[in-house]
Design a protein around this ligand. Structure first.
Ligand code: SAM
Ligand code: SF4
Length: 478
């Protein structure tokens, strides 16, 4: 696997043609400034998972380096970028809706550059639709070449036609891209790209390509830098983080990577998402138990509660394996909290499958869950299964499952009353008397704001635990 380093590419060590792209775009932003007395502004609308959010943080930094400024007001923008998600049909429909409404903005401001990138663009039929129906779009690129944004922008500024550049796959890892993080106290760090699991419902292996792990030394160096800059929580990102390192020449296990980063000096927390249950090894369970910076929280997507559905989904574990691993985890890390992903309405699902799922939810007692209604994704095996479930039935089953899940989550939340936790403060709460933060176990807590800053670790006692929200007050130090 080749590693491409783009550090300094921007302006210094870049090949001549790269420098030219950068210089051209910078000239464009400077001329804009001369004419309008303000820098051209950009807005990136991000859909989907943390991977997309982090990609957008990289694109923001590239644009700022080129002389753009970020705005949250669509009408102010000279460049609008949609970073799209394909995981479910409604994510795609939202993008089409927003693209349609940009038509009038483009009419008012023909200089506006409209770009669209991310997972949707990795699918040929979607690019065709945009080419034919959304002719006001200027630039289309995919998930594998976002590091070339300056070059693509340069082409788009110079051309009258739509620029389309989507790569089928990536056989390299790009290092050194700048990042403009949304929050200073928390940082995402990609450790592995792509996915080789081919769950039969999922589009990700087709939009994000084969797995490519970053070298451990690059990850550790990035984490060190972040801690030096004052970051208090690092979240490792990957579609299947615990298959990390198996594609590297010098194999490194995920638990070994956690151990290396845990050894960095300083007070910080370490989280990761998403691990796959089939790859949850004893070594990883012990790492969660023993490494002081690794939080006592695991998101362990189960998807279904019966072996026949898990097999049809190609998840490669059984209910029994899953529960055995959960038990091991609970024994090794007694205060661990668990969350999960659940899909209702997968082809062939019966009422008995839903009963089994509810039974599993009751056994595990999840602290939270992301629940989804199955969405047929073109190009995936399950889209061709002939036993699709009618929409109204999916919704009925979804409600049945959610009722039980919510009861459990509420009960577990209520049991937190009067307990004490260390909370990392992340931002201001909606109620301005409160700040909001998270426990190591990933509970969100509203903490009375008195003298508390973002990035503080605060010992808190839970004073109110109603429904899904938690309130707490800072413990005095005496
Ligand atoms: N890689 C992670 C894993 O294996 O658990 C999750 C990746 S995916 C971005 C997040 C979640 O979306 C999945 O866990 C699954 O529950 C859900 N999902 C994926 N494809 C779906 C589909 N076709 N319909 C409904 N939900 C889907
Ligand atoms: Fe999709 Fe399965 Fe890969 Fe997760 S592990 S990204 S659900 S194919």
């Amino acid at each position: 696997m080749e590693t491409i380093r783009v550090k300094e590419v921007e302006y210094n060590n870049a090949p001549a043609h790269h420098q030219l792209y950068h210089q051209n775009v910078k000239r464009f932003t400077e001329e804009f400034k001369t004419i309008h007395n303000i820098a051209p502004k950009f807005i990136i609308q991000t859909y989907g998972c943390q991977m997309n959010e982090h990609d957008s943080e990289k694109m923001s930094a590239m644009l700022i380096n080129l002389g753009f400024e970020e705005t949250e007001v669509l009408e102010e923008a000279s460049l609008v970028l949609y970073n799209t998600c394909s995981i479910r049909e409604n994510a795609e429909n939202k993008v089409y809706g927003h693209l349609g409404s940009l038509k009038s903005l483009k009419r008012k401001n023909p200089e506006l550059i409209i770009g669209i990138c991310g997972c949707m663009m990795q699918q040929e039929h979607i690019v065709e639709t945009i080419k034919n129906k959304y002719k006001h779009v200027d630039l289309i690129f995919g998930t594998h070449n976002l590091h070339l944004l300056p070059q693509l922008l340069n082409q788009s500024i110079a051309a009258d036609d739509m620029i389309i550049d989507v790569w089928d796959n990536a056989d390299s890892v790009v290092e050194g891209l700048p990042v403009k993080r949304k929050r200073n106290s928390k940082a995402y760090v990609n450790i592995i790209y792509g996915c080789d699991n081919y769950c039969t419902y999922c589009v990700v292996p087709y939009t994000r390509g084969k797995i490519r792990s970053r070298r451990a030394e690059d990850i550790v160096a990035e984490c060190k830098l972040l801690i030096d800059e004052g970051v208090k929580e690092i979240t490792f990102l990957g579609q299947n983080v615990n298959s990390y390192g198996q594609d590297l020449e010098k194999k490194v296990s995920f638990a070994e990577l956690l151990t290396m980063v845990n050894a960095i000096e300083g007070k910080f927390r370490l989280r990761f998402m998403t691990p796959h249950p089939k790859d949850l090894s004893d070594e990883l369970i012990m790492a969660i138990a023993n490494l002081d910076k690794v939080c006592e929280y695991l998101h362990l997507p189960v998807q279904a509660g019966s072996n026949s559905l898990l097999k049809a989904m190609n998840r490669r574990y059984t209910v029994e394996n899953y529960l055995e691993k959960v038990n091991k985890l609970k024994r090794a890390v007694p205060d661990i909290t668990l969350s999960t992903d659940i899909i209702i309405g997968f082809p062939g699902e019966s009422e008995a499958d839903v009963d089994d799922l509810i039974e599993l939810i009751k056994i595990v007692e999840y602290d939270s869950a992301f629940t989804f209604i199955y969405s047929k994704r073109g190009g995936t095996p399950a889209a061709k299964f002939d036993n699709q479930i009618p929409e109204p039935l999916k919704h009925q089953r979804f409600d049945r499952m959610l009722k039980v899940l919510n009861q459990i989550v509420k009960r577990k939340n209520a049991a937190l009353l009067d307990r004490e936790f260390e909370v990392l403060i992340e931002g201001k709460a909606r109620d301005k008397n409160y700040m909001i933060g998270r426990t190591r176990q990933n509970h969100t807590v509203n903490v009375l704001a008195d003298g508390i800053e973002i990035g503080d670790f605060v010992d808190v006692r839970i004073t109110k635990a109603g429904g899904f929200s938690l309130y707490g007050e800072k413990l005095s130090n005496e």
